[in-house]
Structures are given as structure tokens and as C-alpha cells.
Design a binder for this molecule. Sequence first.
Ligand SMILES: Nc1ncnc2c1ncn2[C@@H]1O[C@H](COP(=O)(O)OP(=O)(O)OP(=O)(O)O)[C@@H](O)[C@H]1O
Length: 328
Amino acid sequence: MNAMEGISIKNVTKTYSQRILFSKKTFNAVENVSLDITTDPPEIFSLVGESGSGKSTLANMILQLIKPDIGEILLNGKKINDFEMLEFMKKIQPIFQDPFDSFDPMKKTDLFIYETVKNFNIARNKDSINYIIDQCLQKVGLNYQMIKGRYPHEFSGGQLQRIAIARALVVKPLFLVADEPVSMLDASLRISIVNLFKQLKEKENLSVLYITHDLSTAYYISDRIGVMLRGNLVEIGNAKEILGEPLHPYTQFLMKALLEPDPDKTKISLFDNEKNEEKMTEVSEYQLKGCKYANRCPNVKKICREKNPEYYYIKNRKIKCFLYEEFK
Ligand SMILES: Nc1ncnc2c1ncn2[C@@H]1O[C@H](COP(=O)(O)OP(=O)(O)OP(=O)(O)O)[C@@H](O)[C@H]1O
């Protein structure tokens, strides 16, 4: 049997320690996560969850920026750390939260992309390099003339994010890892950028891991969604089904927060808003022996505090919650 085309995350754990007040706390920022995201056929998989739930840690392991402590990540069946860096970066490209981080502020944007094409050995002569750049810019709704000779600060955040995506496209990747790519943009621009991911999937066969707090954009573009809670993927499945009818109490809470106009009513902190106490809440939830949502869950049972639930399967959905024990 052929290996799956795409990314396979296999039982991955990343452990961190933090000093909070006078004590050192150790916790799994990502805990025994397994997930397959296909590139053939391409899909948009959104990873959603509150701040501090382990989304970026998982993304950074996929991008090889950090190493898992346990488990492994495969790309097309091959361990990602066995790839040559250049070969790996041709297949998986990051899109950052702040598009200004993707560019050298002192360099004209076209020159910066030109160098990317050259460094990755995509083309050698000037005409073919310019042609590739123009093609990639057109895929994001721009063209070469629009960026020629201009520095990053001469563009709006939305335009620059498009240029950053075009730059990622020059290496013909299979997969984009986009960590909060629209959170720094004006609300009015966000949907046009996330829509671009959808177009790239449909027209260029690109898969996207879209990391976001924003359930509404995730609903709009995703094929599947994974809900992350303190290092655990607690609900995984079809995006429209999950967001249309969330089953895990934590997903239900996130949906309620989306619809609640007063953010104070869905504040994550169990205490007040002091930084240390928020951090303590976050880390103490991470350290819970049972379900990480047990202290906040309206449906909590005795077993939820004793054991971290396994997955239960309802139709195409995986849910990590004892409420669904009967669906084992
Ligand atoms: N290098 C590190 N050392 C110690 N703790 C870390 C480190 N990086 C992340 N953490 C902690 O791991 C947890 C998960 O962080 P992570 O950034 O992955 O969450 P996130 O869901 O991406 O949040 P956000 O949306 O705010 O970026 C947090 O409690 C964070 O403080």
C-alpha cells in the first residue's frame, strides 16, 4: 500500500517547563496528538482553540522549527527530519501572522522574491524568474508591475500578506502552514485573504493548515477542523458538521464565545485578569490528570477528573469526551 500523500502526525508530544511565581511547572503543550492531513486530494484543515492551547507548538513541529519529545511527523510517508531542509521547504511553506516578518524591510519586495526563486534553484535566467514571480503574484490577485521597485512598508498589511503568499508559491509547495495569517489584518480584509486559501486549494491543489482563533473564517474555508484544548485535539471532523452542531462541551463553549457580544462573559480565566493568574490557570489546566476541561465543564463527571478520555467515534467525528462513552 502506498504511504498517505500528506502529513501524518503520529502520537506527538512536546513538553515544556515554565517558572510561575516561585515554582517550576512541567506540562505537555502538545500531548499525544495524531492527525493526518492529505495533500492528494488537497484539503484545508483548521486548527482552532483558545490562546495557549498548543496550536503554534504543533505547527512549529510540522515546520521542523522544534522537535517533538515523543512521536514523529511524516511527510508522504518519510520522516520530516530526514528531509534535506531545501527539499522540505519546497514542500511545506509557512505563512506568518505578521506579513512584515516575511520580508526584509530594507529590500524591495520584488528583489526579495527574485532571490527566493534563485536560492531555491527554481529558475536561472532573469526572464524566466520574472515570469515565475508574475505568475505567482497573479495567483494571489496581483502582478509584477504592482510590486516592482516597492518596499514592504509601501504596502498595506493585506497586500503584503498576498505578496508573502505569492513568495511561498514560487517554490511550488504542497502544503502551507498558516499560523493566524489574518489576525493582524483589518476585519474587512480577513475574508479576502482566507478566501485566497480556498482558491489556492481549488486551483493549485494546495493543502493548508490554517491556525486560528476565529471560528467564522474557519467555518467558511475548512474541509475539516480540529479543536485543540490544552495540548489535546478534543474534536476532529468535518468543519461544517462540527461548527454546525458542536458535541464536545469545549467546542460548544468556543461557539458560545463567538456569538457572545460581551467578551467578559466568556473570559477564559477562572480568576481575575491578572497575568500570573491567567498563566496559572492555563498551566494548571495543562497539568490536570483527567480531561483538561474538567474544571470548566458544565457536564463534568467524576471520571473526567480521574482519566483523560480516549476518542469516541460518532459518524465521521472523533470526540475526546466521556459524555460519548457509549459510542466506543
Ligand atoms: N518555548 C516555550 N517554553 C515554555 N513554554 C512554552 C514555550 N512555547 C510555548 N509554551 C507554552 O505552551 C503552551 C502552548 O503554547 P502555543 O503557543 O503553542 O499555544 P497557541 O494555542 O498557539 O496560543 P496562541 O494562539 O496564543 O499562539 C502555552 O502555555 C505557552 O505558554
